[in-house]
Design a protein around this ligand. Sequence first.
Ligand SMILES: Nc1ncnc2c1ncn2[C@@H]1O[C@H](COP(=O)(O)OP(=O)(O)OP(=O)(O)O)[C@@H](O)[C@H]1O
Ligand SMILES: O=P(O)(O)OC[C@H]1O[C@H](OP(=O)(O)OP(=O)(O)O)[C@H](O)[C@@H]1O
Length: 216
Amino acid sequence: MSNITLALAKGRTADSTIHLLKKIGIQFQDFHEDTRKLVFLSEDASIKLIFVKAVDVPTYVEKGAADIGIAGKDNILESQADVYELLDLKIGQCKFVVAGRAGDFPPSKQRLTVASKYPNITEQHFQKKGLDVETVKLNGSVELAPLIGLADVIVDIVETGNTLKENGLEVFEDVENISTRLIVNKASFATKSNDIQLFIKRLTVGLEEEYENHNG
Ligand SMILES: Nc1ncnc2c1ncn2[C@@H]1O[C@H](COP(=O)(O)OP(=O)(O)OP(=O)(O)O)[C@@H](O)[C@H]1O
Ligand SMILES: O=P(O)(O)OC[C@H]1O[C@H](OP(=O)(O)OP(=O)(O)O)[C@H](O)[C@@H]1O
């Protein structure tokens, strides 16, 4: 019987996460890149995996529908979920930045309008700086906002920097480093302590091995 339910983010980090789990001996036989299936049982029957939209992982874990979640720090921060964050899997590394039209920093305005997929992170960042901003929540293609006058700046993820560059934008300020993290439901951490600690230990060893393989 499976003891732990693990919510895993669909999308660009899923394959690397599945690969890491495989390395520590947790395999899902019927999992493949294009699957439409949402629930999987590991071959050793120790883990039930639910495959959910990245932004929803913290919700599943906070509500206890999953004991453990693997998701980006961006979605964990934005959700403000009351969960334990216990491990950095170093997958999906990127960063949050404030960006805008090249050469336009600081925009000559009293109250900035900021477009972002992440309104909570945006407001917290500017609040810390003592700046009152108007936040416009978008669901994608955020880089468009400063180009057509919807916002003065954006708060978004940058990985290679290609999207900013191709749209004539530049980084004004770094906000936070992002990577894939392991989160745990607070009640599960108490009631399933042994199973969860063992899982974390196996993952930690797997990550150390990956690190050693990459660094000679
Ligand atoms: N270049 C990147 N852009 C966005 N997210 C990235 C990038 N590189 C790594 N990530 C990480 O990958 C996670 C999942 O990203 P992905 O774009 O697949 O999900 P999503 O945001 O739910 O997708 P969608 O854009 O379809 O809503 C992010 O939460 C983030 O932690
Ligand atoms: O620095 P880069 O390597 O160019 O990556 C950053 C881009 O990738 C993400 O967008 P995504 O592909 O998720 O599309 P979206 O605009 O629909 O969110 C992010 O929101 C940036 O737009």
